[in-house]
Ligand binder design. Structure first.
Ligand SMILES: Cc1cc2nc3c(=O)[nH]c(=O)nc-3n(C[C@H](O)[C@H](O)[C@H](O)COP(=O)(O)O)c2cc1C
Length: 234
């Protein structure tokens, strides 16, 4: 069992035993999906149709940040290897958001790709989180000033945003913009990612209502993505 899975399981067991979930967002093993509807304001408004916005969908996914020498050697059913081959889970969610909003897609990519070995990737990600690393990115959004709504997609890595997403957030001025998080995750749900995102943004930025999709549910999540967008007026 991976370290983050063991930690999530322990937290869930503690919550179940004591009857009080210290980390309500850290879903137990059976928790399928996390939306955080109640916790977050719908930053892009309610039923009103969203028009006149310039939308960017920026996302980070492991599959576009690693290299697999022999794709045929990857077992697509293995829970740990499934997301090394494109499209990654977050990329799938990003694609559906793009189709519905008509926004521009941007893949956040690191200069130095992660290992396609799960344990090695876990180790590097843990070190980067521990040291507050800001891995260098390959590309820059050319006209960020033009966008007023940014859907930001990421996998939960070690209970939060992957550090390259922090690099992305610190590369632009998000003042006055709306950032709407979407996350693909394991049993840990959104964990601390939305709080960490908010802390990384200027006070004048708005964080929209996030959606989290549990890894095994990603392939069938398009209707949920549609409902989520619909409820925010997209
Ligand atoms: C380095 C690493 C750390 C992870 N840490 C967590 C975690 O703390 N909690 C969790 O629920 N899932 C964790 N996961 C699982 C991913 O969030 C999940 O597999 C996600 O669907 C991957 O999305 P992607 O295919 O877009 O990269 C981790 C995965 C990796 C590779």
């Amino acid at each position: 069992m991976k370290q983050w899975m063991a930690a999530a399981l322990t937290a869930w067991l503690m919550a179940a035993l004591t009857g009080c979930g210290a980390q309500p967002s850290a879903s137990g093993p059976a928790a399928p999906v996390q939306t955080a509807e109640a916790a977050e304001p719908a930053g892009t408004g309610g039923a009103q149709k969203q028009e006149g916005h310039k939308v960017l969908i920026a996302y980070f996914t492991w599959a576009e940040n690693t290299h697999v020498d022999d794709p045929s050697s990857v077992d697509p059913d293995a829970s740990t290897s499934a997301s090394v081959l494109p499209p990654g889970n977050t990329a799938k969610l990003a694609g559906w958001i793009q189709e519905r909003t008509g926004g521009d897609l941007f893949s956040i990519r690191v200069k130095e790709p992660y290992s396609s070995n799960y344990d090695e990737c876990l180790d590097r990600a843990a070190e980067e989180k521990q040291s507050g690393a800001r891995p260098e990115l390959t590309d820059h959004v050319a006209h960020m000033d033009d966008y007023d709504v940014i859907f930001l997609g990421y996998p939960n890595w070690w209970y939060t945003l992957p550090m390259p997403v922090m690099t992305f957030l610190e590369s632009y001025d998000f003042s006055g913009k709306t950032v709407i998080p979407f996350c693909a995750h394991g049993t840990g749900g959104l964990a601390e990612s939305v709080d960490d995102l908010r802390a990384a943004l200027p006070a004048s930025a708005t964080v929209g209502r996030p959606i989290g999709v549990y890894r095994p549910d990603v392939d069938s999540a398009e209707p949920r993505i549609d409902e989520w967008l619909e409820s925010a007026g997209w």
